[in-house]
Structures are given as structure tokens and as C-alpha cells.
Write a protein that binds this ligand. Structure first.
Ligand code: FES
Length: 173
């Protein structure tokens, strides 16, 4: 039997599959870091700072500008948990998944947060209020389990305290 020959997606088609994004903002970031060695990570951080996430459609633009393959750029984005591929909710809640927090109830805390938000790690609640993210040590191991809400660090977080904080965050829509 002959091997099936699958059609190769054209470059235009692959890029068109992604939602539109601010090409000019990405171009400005690329210009700022042009010619700097090791610029892929800072470019991705700045794109996320400018747009709130790293849109999948900009992978090709970044790869072309930095003379890298799209697979390479995509690999870096997916390797680092900090890079978001979709816009975050109005609040970002990072819950620590590293050893000390795991040993002090982090797993149960995470499960409770997922239950309260109705979404898993790396996802946003249906009302768009909170994005729940995993983080691997917040430098607050002595006060495990730890989490961070919109950049504010919390330690020795009980499920009740987490519930209270979430309720407050969801109020300011
Ligand atoms: S292990 Fe959670 S803050 Fe360090």
C-alpha cells in the first residue's frame, strides 16, 4: 500500500489559524532587543508585559526576526510556565507546587482553588475574573503553603483564607 501523502499547510494558513494580535507592539519589542545576544527570553517577557500574554500568532514573527525556528520559539514558550498563550483574567493567582508547599497542604489547597474557580491550573474561571497558575517556589517556603495574588504574597494559606481572598478579588469586577 502506498504511503498517504498529507497536504502541507501553507505558511499563510498556519498563521491565519491564530487570533489576530498587535503586530506593531511585537515589532517594537523586537526592535528594542535587535542584535542583543540571548534575546529570545527578554523578547518573550516584553511581549507578555506589553500584551498580557504571548499570542500564538506572534511565534512566526519572532522566529523570523531572531532567525530561529518556530519550533524553537514555541519550545521556549511552552517550557516556561510564566508565559501565557491566552490573555489572563482580571486577577492572577499563582499557587506554589514545589516541595515545601506540597508537604504542608499545597495539593489540597490547589484542589480547593480549582473547585472554587471551576478551572484547573493554567486556566481562567468562566467569569474571566481569575487565572489560576502553578508556580514552583515563591521563596516563601518557611510559610508554606504559599500563593501570590496579583503580586501580593501570602503564606500559611488555609483553604478558608484562600476562599476569602478569592471572594474579595471576584468582587471588584
Ligand atoms: S516551596 Fe512553596 S514557597 Fe517555596
Amino acid at each position: 500500500m502506498k504511503d498517504a501523502v498529507l497536504p502541507r499547510p501553507s505558511r499563510r494558513r498556519v498563521e491565519a489559524d491564530h487570533p489576530p494580535y498587535d503586530v506593531t507592539a511585537v515589532a517594537a519589542v523586537l526592535e528594542r532587543w535587535a542584535g542583543t545576544p540571548g534575546n529570545l527570553l527578554p523578547v518573550l517577557h516584553d511581549v507578555q508585559a506589553a500584551l498580557g500574554h504571548v499570542p500564538p500568532g506572534c511565534v512566526a514573527q519572532i522566529a523570523r526576526a531572531l532567525n530561529r525556528s518556530r519550533a524553537e520559539v514555541h519550545g521556549v514558550i511552552s517550557f516556561y510556565h510564566d508565559f501565557r498563550r491566552q490573555p489572563a483574567g482580571r486577577h492572577v493567582l499563582k499557587v506554589c507546587q514545589a516541595e515545601s508547599c506540597q508537604a504542608t497542604g499545597g495539593r489540597a489547597l490547589t484542589a480547593r482553588l480549582e473547585q472554587l474557580l471551576g478551572c484547573g491550573l493554567g486556566e481562567t474561571s468562566a467569569d474571566g475574573a481569575v487565572t489560576l497558575e502553578a508556580v514552583y517556589c515563591l521563596g516563601n517556603c518557611a510559610c508554606s503553603p504559599a500563593m501570590m495574588l496579583d503580586g501580593r504574597l501570602f503564606g500559611r494559606v488555609t483553604e478558608a483564607a484562600a476562599e476569602r481572598l478569592l471572594a474579595e478579588a471576584r468582587q471588584d469586577a
